[in-house]
Ligand binder design. Structure first.
Ligand SMILES: [Zn+2]
Length: 441
């Protein structure tokens, strides 16, 4: 953890322990000497932690002005709440202390950046890895966007508070952590094909302790201190690796593209957008199932000529994208992102030649990296996260389309790119969605 903190460019201090929030005054004084604090929370986080954090800062003469309560019942990570918070921060030189989970952290992160100030985060749930991530995920004019802004200067994770968070929030965080398995597999592919080299330090930070951190979904479900501690540390580490590389690559692959696509399609279930972790958790299962099919294919005998001859040129690709995304509000994103990773026939031949040569080694590395679908499913069920598409309001057909559509929305090279370049995606999906397949309806 200390190595990871050293790699992090923005976060200087992380405290993970039972009762850690009692140290808020010390942490604040160390990180912001001579400054005053303004606690930001919502009614729920005020009750579980904000009130006592504010009280401690107040007793030490540091809390000024009074805590700011985001009390709108429809509070979510939307830009108008950033503006609201920003106008409050402009009235005071105080440093914001965000007490909450994803939404509050992202709102405070961006609002603080817009007034050019660092901030402190007291987390209230082990629900996602965004606490220590560079950037805030905010809905702006109806579309979810990642705004560039620094991670918090310090994070406090009081395990006594986290263990009492709603179980579905912990389950969501567990699923987000488990996604690092397929994210790592995608990076192995990109590395082997010469597309994006693995940065050893970031890899070690995320993958080093990942298996141990995921070991105890039963304990996480029950709110056991040790399991929650391992979970939250794993999530924070993902953020530190992303700070170090200034990219989400170390912690995000095709499974996150599924989740982003559903966000961009404004997908809701029973009127609500499912949590980030729940979407990513199901997508991790989907991507793992694709990997399991792909690993059955002997790519060392790939017919490269056939793949190159049917590779679309830019004009064909563009009209395909225009057709697929005509009815969406992110056609331009799809065009931009896909064009950015499109290669010429010669470049494709080069990449596939590498694949043929490295497949005996790469396929072994992938088998070692991946966890069997059945085991991933068991863990998600145990921790209380969805394992079936229908639980997120998705039909089998919609899930199948997602494999195709997710490819177009991000330039990141993943197993989807490998499947498309080798013309194996449809073949794999036929068996996954056909009789006896992992997603047979
Ligand atoms: Zn995530």
């Amino acid at each position: 953890m200390s190595e990871a903190l050293a790699a992090a460019s923005e976060t200087k201090e992380l405290l993970v322990a039972p009762g850690a929030s009692a140290a808020v005054v010390d942490v604040f004084r160390r990180q912001f000497p001579g400054r005053k604090a303004i606690v930001v929370c919502d009614p729920t986080t005020h009750r579980v932690a904000g009130e006592s954090v504010d009280q401690r800062l107040r007793t030490a003469g540091l809390a000024e002005p009074a805590a700011y309560l985001l009390s709108d019942p429809d509070l979510y990570a939307e830009f108008r709440f950033v503006e609201q918070l920003e106008s409050i921060l402009r009235q005071t030189p105080a440093i914001a202390v965000a007490v909450g989970s994803g939404t509050i952290n992202d709102l405070v992160k961006l609002a603080s950046h817009r007034v050019d100030r660092p901030y402190l985060c007291v987390s209230t749930a082990a629900s996602m890895d965004g606490y220590t991530a560079f950037g805030a995920s905010i809905t702006h004019r109806g579309a979810k966007q990642t705004f560039n802004c620094p991670a918090p200067r310090a994070v406090i994770a009081d395990l006594e508070i986290l263990r009492h968070a709603p179980p579905e929030m912990t389950a969501s965080g567990y699923a987000d952590l488990q996604a690092k398995i397929t994210a790592g597999a995608d990076w192995l592919i990109a590395h082997s094909l010469g597309v994006e080299p693995i940065e050893q330090r970031a890899w070690a930070i995320v993958q080093g302790g990942l298996r141990d951190a995921l070991e105890n979904p039963e304990g996480a479900r029950r709110g056991e201190i040790k399991a929650i501690g391992a979970l939250v540390e794993g999530l924070m580490l993902g953020g530190f690796a992303m700070q170090g590389t200034k990219s989400s690559r170390p912690a995000s692959g095709a499974e996150h593209q599924f989740s982003h696509l559903w966000d961009m399609e404004h997908h809701t279930h029973h009127g609500l957008a499912p949590s980030h972790g729940f979407k990513v958790g199901l997508a991790t299962l989907a991507i793992t199932s694709l990997y399991e099919e792909m690993l059955k294919i002997p790519f060392e005998r790939l017919d490269i000529d056939r793949c190159v001859s049917s590779w679309p040129d830019r004009a064909t690709l563009e009209s395909d994208i225009r057709r697929r995304f005509a009815a969406t509000d992110f056609l331009d994103t799809a065009l931009q992102e896909t064009t950015a990773k499109h290669v010429s026939p010669d470049e494709l031949r080069e990449q596939l030649g590498r694949l043929v040569r490295c497949w005996p080694v790469l396929s072994k590395q992938l088998r070692a990296q991946l966890v069997p679908l059945s085991e991933l499913r068991r863990r998600l069920k145990t921790v209380g996260a969805p394992t079936q598409a229908a639980e997120l309001g998705l039909t089998a057909e919609r899930l199948r389309q997602t494999f195709h559509r997710a490819y177009f929305i991000r330039r990141r090279f993943t197993v989807l790119d490998l499947a498309i370049r080798t013309q194996s995606l449809d073949r794999c999906l036929d068996s996954l969605f056909g009789p006896g397949g992992a997603w047979a309806s």
